[in-house]
Structures are given as structure tokens and as C-alpha cells.
Design a protein. Structure first.
Length: 187
């Protein structure tokens, strides 16, 4: 586990940052933007948890937050450097676990009958916000893949996670007996 002895290093004052493999890149590079958005997503999940989610979500979300650190690690190394370092990465098991969670929660809330508006309970609203951040992270990673290689399960994981967050938002409303706000296409 990394040990941070000093928070500030002054090495980023020139607008560049270090990738985990040691390369210096601009702070607005596609790779840094992608893992920065993953970090933002993790923070949004922390806010959702702090809002007091139902027990099942409070049980699963810390594991997902940990997986997002795996994802950040995965993205902070160039693919060619991963053979040199034993780093946590997103694997097929992480994607499969999200799919099982989606199936579990969909069995409780039922199939979607209409488009829903983000909201309902406070926790659900936070989860919807996290879902949109996750979608942005996915778009940024896809942009990155046009220029550089990324881990083989990174895009799949983000795609499933956004679906899982949508389902969790529905689950939270269900657990709180809050009706899902439905889109009125006739309004």
C-alpha cells in the first residue's frame, strides 16, 4: 500500500503531473482527465453514502469505491508499464459482479415502465448524479482509447457501473417508499 509522507510536492506547479509509471504529462491530458473523473465519481459516491442510503446500498458501495481505486490505478499506468508493476486493475470479475448486482436490484424494483427523472429521495438523487459522472468518465476513457491503449475491462466496467448506479437509484427510492419521478412526455 502506498505511503504518502507529504501531500504537497510542488512538482505540479508547471501544469504537469506524473503518471504512476513516472512519465510527466500535462494535467489536462486525456488520461489525467479520465482518472480525474473517476476520482470525482468516487467522491460523489462518498456523498451518496454520507446521505444515509438503505442498508443494502451502504453494504455494496464501499466495495465499488474500492474498485474505483483499482480503476484509477489501471488508468494511471500506461499499458506498457503494467507488466513492470504489480498493480490493481479492473478485471472481468468486477464487471460480472456489477451485472449480478443489477440483476438482484432489478428483481426488487421491477422492469422500467417509463423514463424516470433523476430524483425522488435524497440518496437516489445523489446516485443519479454519480451515474452522470460515471457516463462522463466513460466518454473520456473512450476518447482516450482513440489515442492510447487502456485496460481491457475499463470501458465495460464504467458502462456497467452507470447501469448499476441507475438501478441503485431506483432501489433507493423503492427502499424509502418514494415514488419514482416519471417523465411526462406530454407536458
Amino acid at each position: 500500500m502506498p505511503r504518502l509522507t507529504k501531500i504537497y510536492t510542488r512538482q505540479g506547479d508547471d501544469g504537469r503531473t506524473g503518471l504512476s509509471g513516472g512519465q510527466r504529462v500535462p494535467k489536462d491530458s486525456l488520461r489525467v482527465a479520465a482518472y480525474g473523473t473517476v476520482d470525482e465519481l468516487n467522491s460523489a459516491l462518498g456523498v451518496a453514502l454520507a446521505s444515509g442510503l438503505c442498508p443494502r446500498l451502504a453494504e455494496v458501495l464501499p466495495g465499488i469505491q474500492n474498485e474505483l481505486f483499482h480503476l484509477g490505478s489501471d488508468l494511471s499506468f500506461l499499458e506498457e508499464d503494467k507488466a513492470k508493476y504489480p498493480i490493481p486493475q479492473i478485471e472481468t470479475r468486477h464487471v460480472t459482479r456489477l451485472e449480478a448486482l443489477i440483476d438482484e436490484m432489478t428483481a426488487v424494483v421491477g422492469p422500467l415502465q417509463n423514463f424516470i427523472l433523476p430524483g425522488g429521495s435524497l440518496g437516489s438523487a445523489h446516485l443519479h448524479l454519480a451515474r452522470t459522472i460515471c457516463r462522463r468518465a466513460e466518454r473520456e476513457v473512450i476518447a482516450l482509447t482513440r489515442a492510447e491503449a487502456v485496460g481491457p475491462y475499463v470501458v465495460q466496467y464504467l458502462n456497467r457501473l452507470s447501469d448499476a448506479l441507475f438501478t441503485m437509484a431506483r432501489y433507493e427510492n423503492h427502499a424509502r417508499s418514494v415514488a419514482e419521478p416519471l417523465w411526462d412526455s406530454m407536458a
